[in-house]
Design a protein around this ligand. Structure first.
Ligand code: ZN
Length: 60
């Protein structure tokens, strides 16, 4: 699962890979949404579709 470094949301479609320079040691490859609009869309989608846990908490 790829998570966007900019907005912190999961990337559904294509992700932009950010490979850290090898001189700074071994680091995991980071991912970002391709466009800023994709970050906005991911946030909006998250708000529109609450997780099962959130739904459960609301019912209590
Ligand atoms: Zn993003």
């Amino acid at each position: 699962m790829k998570r966007c470094q900019a907005c912190g949301y999961v990337i559904d479609g294509e992700a932009r890979e950010i490979v850290p320079d090898s001189g700074s040691g071994a680091r995991p490859t980071l991912y970002r949404h391709l466009k800023a609009e994709d970050c906005t869309a991911a946030k909006r989608e998250r708000i529109a579709t609450p997780s099962p846990l959130q739904r459960q908490l609301r019912r209590l």
